[in-house]
Ligand binder design. Structure first.
Ligand code: GLA
Length: 449
């Protein structure tokens, strides 16, 4: 019996027999380089995984959407498909289903949509930072499109759907960029992708033949609610303040009419600055490591309240101000690393790629503050165990690292990681997934039952 057969049985057991059942699957993802830059419109270098979220679905009755999950920790739920769909409590998995349905309703101008039944399963552990939540959003979106009789690729392109769902996922409260949706819908077997935003573009690049990206779980779960959500959203919030200050500085340098909608515009907008010119502009904008709200207010000619209202929200200000200089530096250096990383993949230069991964991890930790003691420790142990480049992957604060390991040394790496990290761990997360070789898989698609 296939995975989809058992999901279909579960659907009939849960919601009653009958009706034509269809299936789809959306892969998870790792990011190789380019962390916390997508929401600023800067390119990223992720890749799909051969672990993913699977779903079966069928048309339902009336306007009720009923969803079930093969994992018991996710309670089944139901909601009326009437836009705007009210969110469940923060942290509920139902919100990811609602986010997909709501986004598609808005895209096609539907106020009342048809009901459907859906059951979710798959091989992607949750809360390990491999994008199980976006894979779920994409799977529900594919299901709902089919229920509506809308054809992926002809009625709505994959690019358009990725952009729609990147916006749509904000329904759950994250202010993320579009990396996860794009790689899940546009990635491919055997390759990583360089993804550019605004407009969304994807370039497939081959992965190394003689090296493997190994995913290691730090066993610290990443959640997308509560404190974790606040920690993640600090990145986009402070990036908005950085953007405003840089725009002001650019107006002194290049003329009052210059507009920078997002930081990426520095490179790609009408300014088309070089990396060196961006570095100089950042140095003028952030001459000191920290910027206080009072200082930002004086430079922008806006009240502190207005800055909070527009960009920062409730983010608490440290006594000595926000570390904007380092945060801006991360955007610049990570951008350079993504471009260099793409070139290394094309050239088959694993050594240099590994060095870029190490530098990226340092930058994530020291300049962007998204690492954790466990991730730092895991990276260090992996380097000692034979990886030639190691870094956190995804949002950070927990979850997984990605490690570039020579294929010939995989077994030794595996054994040493077990000995040095996993055997000593008592964390319950260990059962779910500890280490896997990352094998790039096809993008999200419908499947035959
Ligand atoms: C999460 C978000 C992405 C991206 C990464 C960090 O996965 O969903 O948009 O910002 O974090 O690179």
């Amino acid at each position: 019996m296939t995975e989809f057969d058992s999901l279909a049985r579960r659907l009939e057991a849960q919601f009653g027999a009958g009706g034509r059942i269809d299936a789809c699957r959306a892969p998870g993802r790792i990011n190789l380089l380019g962390e916390h830059v997508d929401y600023n419109g800067l390119p990223v270098l992720p890749m799909t995984l051969d672990r993913g979220v699977s779903a079966v679905f069928r048309a339902g009755e009336g306007e009720t959407v009923r969803v079930g999950n093969i994992r018991d920790e996710f309670a089944p739920g139901a909601f009326a498909n009437r836009s705007p769909i009210a969110a469940s409590e923060s942290g509920s998995w139902l919100n990811y289903c609602k986010a997909a349905v709501e986004a598609i309703n808005q895209r096609f101008g539907l106020v009342e949509g048809p009901g459907f039944d859906l059951v979710v399963g798959g091989t992607l552990p949750r809360a390990v930072g491999l994008s199980s939540s976006t894979a779920l959003v994409v799977a529900v979106a594919l299901a709902y499109l089919r229920i509506l009789g809308k054809n992926l690729d002809t009625t709505i392109s994959r690019i358009a759907l990725a952009e729609l769902l990147a916006q749509g996922e904000r329904y759950v409260g994250t202010q993320g960029g579009g990396m996860d949706q794009a790689i899940i819908l546009l990635g491919d077997a055997d390759s990583a992708c360089k993804i550019d935003f605004f407009p969304l573009r994807v370039e497939r690049v081959p992965v190394f033949a003689d090296h493997v990206f190994v995913v290691c779980n730090s066993l610290v779960p990443v959640r997308k609610s509560g404190e974790a959500l606040r920690q993640y959203n600090a990145g986009p919030a402070l990036s908005r303040l950085i953007r405003a200050l840089v725009e002001k500085q650019a107006q002194f340098a290049f003329g009052a009419e210059v507009e920078i909608e997002r930081l990426g515009d520095l490179w790609f907008g009408p300014l088309c600055l070089t990396d060196g010119e961006v570095e100089a502009l950042f140095a003028e904008t952030f001459p000191r490591p920290r910027t206080t709200l009072a200082e930002a207010s004086a430079r922008l000619g806006m009240s502190e309240d207005e800055i909070r209202r527009q960009w920062l929200g409730e983010l608490p200000e440290p006594a000595d101000g926000f570390p904007l200089q380092a945060r801006a530096r991360h955007q610049l250096t990570e951008h350079i690393r993504v471009n260099q990383g793409r070139d290394c993949l094309l050239a088959g230069d694993a050594e240099t790629f590994g060095a870029l991964m190490d530098a990226s991890h340092r930058s994530c930790a020291e300049d962007y503050f998204v690492s954790s003691p466990e991730l730092d420790r895991l990276v260090k142990i992996a380097r000692d165990a034979g990886s030639i480049g190691s870094r956190l992957t995804g949002a950070g604060f927990g979850g997984c690292t990605v490690n570039l390991v020579p294929r010939a040394e995989l077994e030794e790496f595996d054994a040493r990681m077990k000995r040095e990290f996993y055997d000593a761990s008592t964390s319950e997360g260990a059962d779910d997934m500890t280490m896997i070789p990352a094998i790039p898989a096809p993008a999200a698609s419908y499947r035959d039952l």
